[in-house]
Design a protein around this ligand. Structure first.
Ligand SMILES: Cc1cc2nc3c(=O)[nH]c(=O)nc-3n(C[C@H](O)[C@H](O)[C@H](O)COP(=O)(O)OP(=O)(O)OC[C@H]3O[C@@H](n4cnc5c(N)ncnc54)[C@H](O)[C@@H]3O)c2cc1C
Length: 338
């Protein structure tokens, strides 16, 4: 998955693209908490690519603060009614299934223990807006947000008005009630390692463009690649790229053994920030042309910028996942020694 994501993002098969992280997130969440029936139903469809899915976790008032999400799920005959809003739901229109984090326990004081996950089946809609009305009258509407980059994927504001989800579509069945936060975190670990791979693909593409432009562009009588200042830039870029790639592969191997959830955040934190710097240097080597939309480096620069925001913003990863895990481990070690 890492290698394929990297190659697609690099654009080695033609136009730059990416494997999307959503099937990775949903699959990991299903593997963590899904019932056997749910795994049998959904995993093959996701693996074959027959079913496009989207993840609806972020809300207008709560993004990093996942534990505080408010979209309301109310019990009704045979299922749950969803009411409220989600935002930034990427592929929310095209997707045939949405993975939704909702509050099944209205008592806010129970925090993340009041959250559950649901799988909502819906028709796939092309374009930038849609409205889905269920037979029972529930309505889901969506509108895409205009963005400065990643224009090939559309992220939607979603509005839920009495949207019905059957009982069998609560992740984990009745036992899954109140465990949505943990399933979300398990899913995000998969999304994070994949985003690290995207960062590598973008860095590789940016580095290659910078290297070839440095041979072509003549300034003050010589190709800019002949100047030591440019050579040092390229050497640094190549170093960060190599380190990021090996780091990502090593975390991927950990995750294959069922470990490495914290390390997935660590590697995402590092590679995404690094990709911002590498694409910035690649753009700089292109001079004014780097700022022109016709040059691929301008797109790499813009696309790299969002990597440290989605799948967990870098500050949240640092505070809530990495630092917390390091401190907890240190405390546990001290207790054992005492
Ligand atoms: C292109 C794109 C696609 C996306 N796709 C999806 C999707 O498919 N599904 C989905 O659910 N979401 C999606 N998101 C949303 C994304 O996951 C959120 O934007 C992200 O989690 C951050 O939440 P927020 O935007 O609400 O920022 P906020 O939570 O409002 O945070 C704002 C800033 O404050 C920082 N911050 C937070 N806590 C602290 C603190 N304690 N101290 C200091 N700084 C802090 C954050 O790191 C951030 O920099 C997408 C976003 C984008 C831009």
């Amino acid at each position: 998955m890492i290698v394929v994501t990297e190659e697609l993002t690099r654009g080695s098969l033609g136009a730059a693209g990416s494997l999307i992280t959503r099937p990775e997130i949903l699959s990991k969440a299903l593997l963590k908490g899904g019932t056997e029936e749910q795994k049998e139903k959904w995993l093959p469809q996701l693996a074959s690519g027959d079913l496009l899915c989207a993840v609806a976790v972020t809300e207008p008032n709560y993004g990093s603060d996942v534990a505080n999400m408010r979209l309301k799920a109310t019990k009704t005959e045979g299922g749950w009614l969803l009411n409220g809003a989600k935002t930034w739901c990427t592929f929310g229109g095209k997707a045939g299934v949405l993975l939704i984090l909702a509050r099944t326990n209205p008592d806010i004081s129970v925090g993340h223990r009041g959250l559950s996950m649901f799988l909502l089946e819906k028709p796939s809609y092309p374009g930038h807006a849609f409205e889905f009305t269920q037979e029972g009258g529930g309505k889901l509407s969506g509108k895409a947000i205009s963005t400065i980059g990643y224009r090939g994927m559309h992220s939607f504001d979603l509005f839920f008005d009495n949207v019905f989800v059957p009982d069998e579509n609560m992740l984990g069945g009745p036992e899954g009630e109140g465990k949505g936060f943990y399933f979300t975190m398990a899913g995000f670990a998969g999304g994070r390692i994949q985003t690290a791979a995207r960062a590598i693909g973008i860095m590789q593409a940016a580095y290659e463009r910078a290297l070839s432009y440095a041979q072509e562009r003549v300034v003050f009588g010589y190709p800019i690649g002949d100047y030591q200042l440019t050579q040092v830039k390229l050497a640094r870029m190549a170093t960060y790229l190599a380190v990021s790639r090996q780091f990502t592969y090593s975390v991927g191997r950990l995750m294959d053994r069922g470990e490495g959830d914290m390390e997935a955040s660590l590697v995402k934190f590092f590679t995404c920030k690094t990709a911002e710097w590498v694409t910035r240097e690649a753009l700089q080597i292109h001079g004014g042309m780097g700022y022109a939309e016709e040059m691929p480096v301008s797109r790499y620069f813009i696309d790299a910028r969002v990597l440290s925001i989605f799948e967990g913003a870098e500050e949240t990863l640092a505070l809530k996942v990495i630092a917390r895990s390091l401190v907890d481990n240190a405390k546990a070690k001290t207790e054992v020694e005492v």
